[in-house]
Design a protein around this ligand. Structure first.
Ligand code: ZN
Length: 440
């Protein structure tokens, strides 16, 4: 039976503060029972047909449950007591949310591939890297890059949201049948599984007088520069209008993000070039969980879904799933704006981060260790590693973010050998990469 047949439609749309148990009971009885709770339930708008996206939400708790064709794949669920995402199941064995394993493949080529669109890949990355990397790049270039970073992220996220949000859902929001706030909350709620921090939509407003506004509070964002654009992009895609955005620190690791009516500067209206990845079949096999199929190494991390955090169980190091195509687009935009090759700056920034102890290779077999480390993070397929006191040669069959891998290799070498070094790298056909680190 398909999802759309299982979910009775038309149905009740809004559940005011119903408990998880109540929602479960409601969902078990088909069709939904008569409206016997006074103002507790609101009648579904007329004209909903099977497969129409519907948003169920609890007003008081302010967390939506988005139902549409395939909604289970988005992993949205009911919520109880704040922002606990109850509908997101985790594997009993390894603790990884099933959303992660259902939506992604740790491909034998060393990439993390989206099942729905295999040309899109993700990296699983130390999140401190993102802001530090951008800040270091800014320091090395000596010019402010915030505007370019935020705008590139917003445009990339908007293009993605435009594609994944069903037209019918946009229509319901634009016609006022559905409140935009809960739907935006549902969109950014997916980020809780990806490690983006806790997002709460505080003030949505959607009118026909061009005064649409949004206020979102985020606690412990994975990167404020990249993260502030996510809810605004979702809002823009839903209301179909251009928005300006600003953010302000309002507490410890807490920011208020505002979207307001504004036209985008002409200079940023060009098409973003988002790389589509091609890759070989590959033969990297990461040991996987017998229950859910996730790489066993992911069991080293815990998901704090209430907080939107993914942390290493021992070191507490925070991780995030992120699209490398967005970082590559940012690097391209920076290059266009700054008018010089920023690759060197990215390599140097990553070298510094790694050498400061972000990663290290400790085991007897550095090649195996590095191969697994790169493949778990989705950086690509390590073919060869020659490691000696005088330097390192690393060859990959396919690599995303080659500048980052080059800086990582150099940093690993420097922290292991305690010496300075030079690095050279070359990319070749099919995304291949060769990095040479030499002592001195
Ligand atoms: Zn598992």
């Amino acid at each position: 039976m398909s999802d759309s047949q299982r979910d009775p439609i038309p149905c009740r749309v809004a559940l005011h503060d119903a408990s998880v148990e109540e929602i479960r009971k409601l969902r078990a009885s088909r069709p939904f029972p008569p409206d016997d709770r006074g103002d507790v339930y609101r009648q579904a708008p007329a004209g909903l047909t099977r497969g129409t996206p519907v948003c169920l939400f609890s007003f008081r708790r302010f967390f939506p449950i988005i139902f549409w064709k395939g909604w289970r794949r988005l992993g949205m669920g009911v919520c109880e007591g704040g922002i606990r995402v109850e509908g997101i199941e985790t594997c009993e064995h390894c603790g990884v949310p099933t959303y992660i394993t259902r939506e992604h493949i740790w491909h034998p080529c060393g990439f993390i591939v989206q099942r729905r669109d295999p040309r899109h890949i993700l990296i699983f990355f130390e999140s401190e890297n993102l802001d530090f990397l951008l800040r270091e790049v800014e320091g090395i270039l000596g010019i402010p890059i915030q505007r370019i970073v935020i705008d590139t992220r917003r445009r990339a996220a908007k293009a993605y949201m435009d594609r994944v949000i069903p037209e019918a859902l946009k229509e319901q929001v634009r016609s006022g049948i559905l409140g935009v706030g809960p739907v935006v909350q549902g969109m950014v709620g997916i980020g809780h599984v990806l490690g983006y921090g806790r997002f709460e939509v505080l003030e949505p407003r959607q009118d026909s007088d061009d005064q649409d506004r949004l206020l979102v509070r985020v606690h412990r964002p994975y990167s404020i520069l990249l993260g502030c654009a996510d809810p605004v992009a979702a809002f823009e895609a839903l209301v179909g209008k251009e928005m300006g955005l600003s953010y302000q620190e309002t507490g410890p690791q807490t920011y208020d993000i505002r979207a307001f009516p504004s036209h985008h500067p002409e200079e940023f209206k060009g098409r973003l070039t988002m790389r589509k990845y091609a890759y070989p079949e590959g033969d990297i096999r990461l040991e996987s969980c017998s229950r859910c199929g996730a790489p066993l190494l992911l069991g080293d991390y815990r998901w704090l879904l209430d907080e939107g955090l993914i942390q290493h169980r021992e070191t507490g190091r925070r991780m995030v799933f992120f699209a490398p195509s967005v970082l590559e687009a940012i690097f391209d935009e920076l290059e266009r704006e700054v008018g010089e090759d920023i690759t060197r700056a990215v390599v140097e920034a990553q070298r510094r981060l790694t050498a400061e102890g972000l990663h290290s290779i400790r085991g007897e077999n550095p090649e195996e260790e590095l191969r697994a480390m790169l493949a778990l993070r989705g950086f690509g397929g390590l073919r060869e590693l020659t490691w000696g006191p005088d330097g390192v040669i690393l060859a990959m069959e396919n690599a995303c973010l080659p500048q980052v891998v080059a800086g990582l290799t150099q940093g690993l070498y420097e922290s292991a050998e305690g010496v300075g070094s030079r690095v050279d790298w070359q990319t070749g056909e099919g995304g291949s990469l060769r990095v040479e680190v030499t002592a001195g």
